[in-house]
Design a protein around this ligand. Sequence first.
Ligand SMILES: NC(=O)c1ccc[n+]([C@@H]2O[C@H](COP(=O)([O-])OP(=O)(O)OC[C@H]3O[C@@H](n4cnc5c(N)ncnc54)[C@H](OP(=O)(O)O)[C@@H]3O)[C@@H](O)[C@H]2O)c1
Length: 347
Amino acid sequence: MIDKDAKEKIVIYGAGAIGSTVFAWLLPYYRNLFLLARGKNLEKLRSKGLTIYKQHKKDKAVTYSGIKIIEDIAEVSDPDFIIISVKNYNLTEVCEDIKSKISNEGSEPIIIALQNAINNQELLPEYFSKIVYGIVCYNAWRDDYGVVGYQHKAPIVLGTIQNQHPEERRKAYEILSKGLPTEITDELQDAARSKMLVNLTNSVVTLVGHGIKKISSINALRKIISNLMNEGIQILKKAGYHEVRLGNMPSWRTVTFGMKLPGFISNIVFKKNISKMVRSSMAYDIIIAKKQKSELDSLNGYFVQLAEKVGFNSKYNRKFYELCKKEFTKPDFEPLDVELVWKKISE
Ligand SMILES: NC(=O)c1ccc[n+]([C@@H]2O[C@H](COP(=O)([O-])OP(=O)(O)OC[C@H]3O[C@@H](n4cnc5c(N)ncnc54)[C@H](OP(=O)(O)O)[C@@H]3O)[C@@H](O)[C@H]2O)c1
């Protein structure tokens, strides 16, 4: 399937859950596709290749070997596209690295930034001029170095700040859409925040250890998630943002409607949905990799700050954010009981 005329040089910078899946899906179409990795992940990718599987189909996992794994962006001269798939807290070092090594005389590479949240919109323009932002609407996770699972393919939605650089946005679309569902939005700011609203759940499942320890009360978990999201919607609306529907994520209407239903009915629907939830990337950082670093500030912290800015009393989000902040920085973090979490944020 490789297009013999495809001359584009594409580097995916960051070989985690998102970088690895995008790499695997683009691989059949590009001869000059590189995945930049580091440390043990790099060693594993070089020795064993990259293994990707769809949720519940690990027995049908595909391993890609003989792939172009690099450890230094300088190994690729004049890349046309650099897809940055590191987390927000690694973004500065990555921008510094790219900027110091890539000259692309006359033609700067197009940067495709795949972070959740909006910090990247402040940071990246300090380093680059052609930037397209991608909102990733699927879930993926790393089981081990070089082994990545994903829930199902769902779009990456591309936009630019104030819809600048339409040509670069179109080119980014052409690159990604060969291998995965890709869409373009003119409403990047609303779309990014609509995604961030859904990402409020990442910290919840991390704090209570969903998928890692038994959840003592589905009712308490539902109340935490629905109150955080419902309040998040109110904060966004008060700040003048609008909903953009993304992939098959729940609509704002569904979230607010769910709040009005009797608890026993909501719990039935919620139980079904929560059973489909996969381990979040934040849970990997805090529980598995024990990094004490996460995107909590970029996601939950943003809502708390925005609420303050627009004069909204964000009772649940503020208490929840402060609780996570305290717990996630503990070197020996252990997930908390869900009922205790609900008690702490609702009292
Ligand atoms: N996972 C999801 O389902 C999902 C969905 C939507 C959006 N996102 C967003 O996508 C972004 C990436 O998330 P992710 O889940 O893919 O994270 P991840 O699995 O932690 O992957 C990030 C990768 O970047 C690598 N990295 C970080 N700094 C680096 C550096 N200086 N040099 C080389 N490699 C570096 C990490 O290296 P190590 O191997 O050493 O850790 C890791 O392999 C985040 O902003 C996240 O919010 C994720």
